[in-house]
Design a protein around this ligand. Sequence first.
Ligand code: DGJ
Length: 677
Amino acid sequence: MSHVLRTARSVYVVGASEYGPVLQHWGDPERWPRIPSTRRASFETAADVAPLEFAAGGTRHTQTAELLVQGPANGVDGALLQLRSMDGDEHALHVSLVDERTGVEVDLHWRTAPDHDVVERWAVVRSTRHEVALPRAFGAGWNMPVGPGARVSELVGTWSREFSPVEVDLPAGQLRLGSRQGITSHEYAPVVALRSRNGETEAYGVALVWSGSWRMQVDAVPFREVVRVSAGVDDETTVIALAPGEEFETPHLLGTWSPSGTAGLARAWHAYQRQVLLRPVGPPPVVYNSWYATGFDVRVDHQLALADVAADLGAEVFVVDDGWFVGRTSDRAGLGDWHVDPEKFPDGLEPLVTGVLERGMRFGLWIEPESVNPDSDLYRAHPDWVYRAGDRPLTTMRNQYVLDLGRPEVKAWAAATLRRLLTRYPITYLKWDMNRAVTDGGRPGDPHSREWSVAHTRAYHRLLDLLRDEFPHVTVEACAGGGGRVDNAVLARCDVVWPSDETGPRDRLAIQHGFLSVYPPSVMSSWVTDEPDRLDTAPTSLEFRFVVAMAGVLGIGADVLAWDAKTRDRARELVARYRELRPVLLGGEVTRHGAPGDPWCAVQYALADRIVALVWARPDAGGVRLRLAGLQPGATYRLHDGRTVTGATLAVSGLDVPFALAPDCDVVVVDRVPADG
Ligand code: DGJ
């Protein structure tokens, strides 16, 4: 028996086995089946060698299991899952598994969107008879015929160096990525790509839709063609407790297949994120954010002076970052007391808000609802609201603790705080920050204390949902000290993300290059800031910095009051140019050319008849010939200098980049001439 799920260009075929669903094929409909039936050797059970779509410890003994169950009353750990039912249609599949002896039930779900190449999967685990603990409750196992010796691509980093691409060969063994920090983390993005090393261009991608502690494991059993990836909530720090009758729904996972390598995966992810995850609102506005210009020194007159220039340059929203609330003169105090500081704003926030609106911009505000400084009225009133691991001393990071958002009273306080601010002031842009990891999660005395990250993440998601439902006019920017919490669950609930605190243009180019391999430009917030950067000190032209920021959602974070008239004139032109090209830059199909470490690199955006290429070059690059992707050989294209050429010619000759904008960067527009034009 086979159940065929269809995506836009692939099929995902699931068969039945005694132990549950097995993958029969994933990919090209014409090359079915690709999943080999594996021979059993000594020491292996039939379940061990089957490409199971979900396995429990106790069912499978030599390979990774997605589910570990402890403590049914009969004293036997694990679950011997057996297939109970399997039904669905070509875009959905539901499978029910049960361990009759212990009453543990698992419902598995698959879903596809007809216009996309993404398969969504998750599991629901239920204990019907006994109290059980789940030390691991992943949502799915994905089988891919890329072994032995798969090549695995990851995005790794640290603060200010997020989204660095890394490739590893995995001839045998397990590769585990994840976070124990209660947030997605700067270290690993919850997404991998796998290819075989046999020259196939096929690639598979798996992403976890989750913003808390997580784990993803690539399991390459020696000499096996099928490599498995499974993922879910972190299995090192999280244990799910199920009382009889309780169930746990795992985070969802996404899988995609492409016949054209990791570039094809990027296109598949972007299309899905843009059309399925992100809400259909217009492009995010050009931001002016005053953080780098003023730090915590937020004063009305100074902010309004910045707003004057920002509006003149073409910014569409003015965002007041950290520093506007009571007691916030440094990072040592104030977090938690979300009231306008009467010393900085003697007449309230209104003069600043009104001034910004009068200058034709929207008004935006920064907030960090999950954190609290010990030096705050909130902490003094509710010292029990922060995470505590038993009687361990509390640890501060950036002088702050993390609020236990999983407690109903804390979540209610956060919801009330958001509602109060957003109804009191005409705020239409909210930057939600989170500036530390959770180092000592826990809730003394609570049987669910080892689920703190699950409860926290769900509460975070519900609060973002509240913003969407009750304040749909508010653009929400997600941030966690830069890119500490960027994932598909955030993309499903926010409009933009702040990928990194590093804004030095060459570093930023590298961060963005990695970011765009998985996430789309329409969410990639990027600001032009002043030189020298703290980390990336090599000088570039103003144009270079602008073109880097134009690769996503352009913003300005510089001290624009210090810019002279010539700089402002140039900046105004560049913002106008960005706004003109924005539909293509944010909505176009992305192709990356070269890499930021190369003498030159580029990102191409193609939408309808227009291609925009952003090009950056080192002084020693020499001439740049850019071979645009996706040209139609028989079509005619009008180049930046007015010449027309056929797609076939342009594909062979390449585009000679004129560097008309600046010696180190350019913006090149190529238009396809309508057939009758
Ligand atoms: C970290 C963010 O990434 C910055 O952009 C800024 O908002 C600071 N926090 C403010 O504390």
